[in-house]
Ligand binder design. Structure first.
Ligand code: MN
Length: 362
């Protein structure tokens, strides 16, 4: 078997000789032979496959230490490792994209050339949570105040407590005066409190017995700043915005089926009847990925927001939600009608709705 010089091997593998020397030093790609006198490295042709894999993984941005692990695995295991690595990259990128959008919105709001509405705005709101027709208890929490709107859908042994604790932890935002520039930090702190509160509920050794470590909750909340609504979203509760007669879903479900839809592996119709459609990718709870989606929305007089748990969205078609939000004169009648619709469709789950209107202050 003829060995390749480092120059020929570099050309074939698309790695530079300098990179090859580094990978040798790191134990990532050891030459087949190193000449004891000259120190020249020589490579076997069958090492090309591994070299190409290293080159592609470098192009993915994978750190060298992790590449070394992947190279030591069998192909199936390596595929899983690359998939896991990429899922993490996408989650990080999504969080950074949100942060960028948040900062753009924040700075755009400060731009003196942007026209501002002169009339101060306020929220008119209502919240309603119902057990539904099937479940023995209500593990949802719905909350609406002058500055905070929130829905939490608890799950597990102490799901009701977990959801309530998460919303409770956010309620200090109602009274805190948050300077606009400090909004992100205030939200981050509040989310930290919410997460600790949920972890407290699901502590394994509370002495009461039983396993409560599975307790967790979704959390979808909006904080009113006077001209904007900051959105924090983890899980599969949803926010819809009715603006100029059109209904927009402004949250993205953190569920397994939604990610399959995003990848083109499942149609929305198939997802609706999927047996694992409530399986969450993100939540507040032990061992769960709690990375929130964060957004800042400019409020306009006439906007109507709906926050709801999946107990509404899984049984009430979007067209019906649109109709109720368009027709109901007040937030109170809107939440009542939406909850009634869910129960009329069998009420298989707890159902929670928060409706808030952005109105010009009298
Ligand atoms: Mn639910």
């Amino acid at each position: 078997m003829e060995l390749l010089t480092i120059g020929a091997f570099a050309k074939a593998s698309r790695l530079s000789p300098k990179a090859l020397r580094l990978y040798d030093e790191l134990g990532l790609l050891t030459p087949a032979r190193v000449d004891p006198d000259t120190g020249y490295r020589r490579y076997a042709p069958e090492q090309l496959e591994q070299a190409r894999l290293v080159a592609w993984l470098r192009r993915l941005g994978m750190p060298l230490a992790r590449i070394r692990q992947v190279c030591a695995m069998d192909p199936g295991e390596a595929a899983g490792e690359i998939r896991a690595y990429w899922a993490r990259v996408e989650a990080d990128t999504a969080a950074r994209r949100d942060l960028a959008a948040f900062l753009v919105d924040h700075l755009t709001g400060k731009d003196p050339t942007m026209s501002r509405t002169t009339a101060p705005l306020a929220l008119r709101y209502a919240a309603l949570s119902d057990t539904g027709r099937v479940r023995p208890s209500n593990q949802d929490t719905a909350y609406a105040g002058s500055r905070l709107l929130a829905v939490a859908d608890g799950f597990g042994g102490k799901g009701a407590l977990a959801g309530a604790a998460a919303v409770d932890a956010l309620r200090s935002l109602e009274s805190e005066t948050v300077p606009a520039g400090d909004l992100l930090n205030a939200l981050e702190d509040a989310l930290g409190r919410a997460e600790r509160a949920v972890h407290g509920v699901s502590a394994p050794d509370d002495g009461i017995g039983g396993d409560d470590t599975d307790a967790g909750t979704t959390l979808t909340a909006m904080l009113w700043t006077g001209s904007q609504l900051a959105l924090v979203h983890i899980g599969d509760s949803r926010v819809h915005l009715l603006r100029d007669g059109e209904l927009f879903q402004i949250t993205h479900d953190h569920t397994v089926v939604q990610s399959l839809i995003d990848e083109g592996r499942l149609t929305p119709e198939e997802a609706a009847s999927h047996p694992q459609r409530s399986l969450l990718l993100r939540a507040l709870g032990r061992g769960a990925d709690s990375t929130p989606d964060l957004r800042l929305h400019d409020a306009r007089a006439g906007d109507r927001y709906l926050l709801c748990s999946d107990g509404l969205s899984t049984v009430v078609p979007a067209g019906d939600i649109h109709r109720v939000l368009t027709d109901a004169p007040e937030p109170e009648s809107a939440v009542r009608e939406l909850v009634d619709l869910a129960n009329a469709s069998g009420g298989p789950d707890n159902v929670s709705c928060v409706v808030a209107d952005v109105v010009a202050q009298a």
